[in-house]
Design a protein around this ligand. Structure first.
Ligand SMILES: *Cc1c(COP(=O)(O)O)cnc(C)c1O
Length: 359
């Protein structure tokens, strides 16, 4: 049988080595290891050290494990937001985050921006005086858009007393993010980490840790003060996803530094956008190159064409990611994640050349 590839954007392709890691986890006894014992705390210490080293996370930032990115939305509303948060979003994930935050902190506000728009950070309607947390989605998976480093920096520079929280679920471990320029970063491992779902990673600045202690949310099982004090001993406040943490440790140990990974993805993204724009009946979903995601390639076309392409691709062994929310039937999304091999991208281009490029 010909090789098959998946371009789903989450859950997405896992590294082939995960098969061996799963066997090793079983054989080495990790599936029954006590989460207060030295073996487990040693694993957490090593995983956090490797993650910080490979992703360029500052040493004074704190890494916490959660169950998902969605859980992080709620943790941040509970734990860092006594009054209100402000949300800047252009897609479904950013909007959902706003919805979760508003359910817990009804005074929270938000602004939606256009798909091809670079928002003017200086003009955003929030005040650092009465806003605890400013929330952005660095890579909006549903719209295949991205906020570049300079725009995040502009926002960071006008925060006043607020903290900046960044949903980086489909870019964490794929892009060289400047962690120093925000206070809370989070994602889950089924996207750019190339792992099965069930584990979230929350990265906090010293400022965020100080605010978490001040807010002192003790009313929730996943409250930050308990998570932070447990993490001082490389533990978690409840029995965690030990298998997920073990798999993460293996992937992080094997990974190239993020600079190398991110450059590879940027090169691939450029090639794909150029190819689709010039040679196929599909167009990039996002017309403005500065607003395009490098990890989620969005393409648009008429609904019947999209449906046909997805069906023919599947016959050729290629699972293309569908659209999300209101863009479901008129877009295709392609994961340009580290675990998607170059061979998959080549097979994808071959498929389009064969089926859709006039010669
Ligand atoms: C996938 C995704 C989420 C949700 O992740 P879960 O692990 O399912 O909670 C949140 N935000 C963004 C930007 C995503 O891509």
């Amino acid at each position: 049988m010909a090789q098959t590839f998946t371009f789903n954007v989450g859950p997405s392709a896992v590294y082939p080595a995960v098969r061996q890691y799963l066997q090793d986890a079983y054989d080495e006894g990790w599936l029954s290891v006590p989460h207060r014992g030295e073996r487990f705390t040693g694993l957490v210490r090593q995983t956090v050290a490797d993650l910080k080293a490979k992703l360029n996370v500052p040493q004074d930032y704190t890494v916490l494990f959660t169950g998902s990115a969605t859980e992080c939305w709620e943790i941040l509303a509970q734990g860092l937001t006594p009054r209100r948060s402000f949300h800047l979003y252009n897609g479904e994930f950013g909007k959902k985050w706003f919805d979760y935050a508003r359910a817990l902190r009804p005074a929270s506000t938000g602004v939606q921006f256009g798909l091809d728009e670079i928002p003017d950070m200086g003009a955003l309607p929030f005040s650092g005086e009465d806003t605890d947390l400013v929330c952005i989605t660095q890579n909006e998976t549903s719209t295949a858009t991205q906020l570049r480093e300079t725009h995040i920096l502009n926002l960071f520079n006008r925060l006043g007393g607020a903290l900046l929280a960044v949903d980086a679920t489909s870019s964490l471990a794929g892009l060289n993010l400047k962690y120093i320029k925000a206070d809370a970063w989070f994602g889950s491992v089924q996207k750019c980490f190339g792992l099965p779902a069930g584990l979230g990673v929350l990265i906090l600045s010293p400022r965020a840790v100080a605010q978490a202690k001040e807010v002192n949310d003790r009313a929730h099982y996943n409250g930050l003060p308990a998570a932070l004090s447990n993490m001082l001993n490389h533990q978690t406040n409840y029995t965690p996803n030990v298998l997920g943490i073990y798999l993460l440790s293996r992937v992080m140990a094997e990974r190239e530094p993020i600079k190398v990974v991110a450059q590879h993805l940027a090169d691939r993204a450029q090639k794909l956008y150029d190819f689709f724009e010039q040679a196929t009946p599909l167009q990039p979903l996002i017309a403005n190159p500065d607003a395009r995601s490098t990890t989620v390639i969005g393409l648009r076309g008429e609904a019947p064409l999209i449906e046909e392409i997805k069906r023919k691709a599947l016959d050729a062994g290629l699972t293309l990611g569908g659209g999300y929310g209101p863009l479901k039937s008129t877009t295709i999304r392609l994961a340009n994640f580290p675990a998607v091999p170059d061979a998959a991208m080549e097979a994808l281009v071959q498929f389009f050349v064969k089926e859709y490029v006039a010669v």
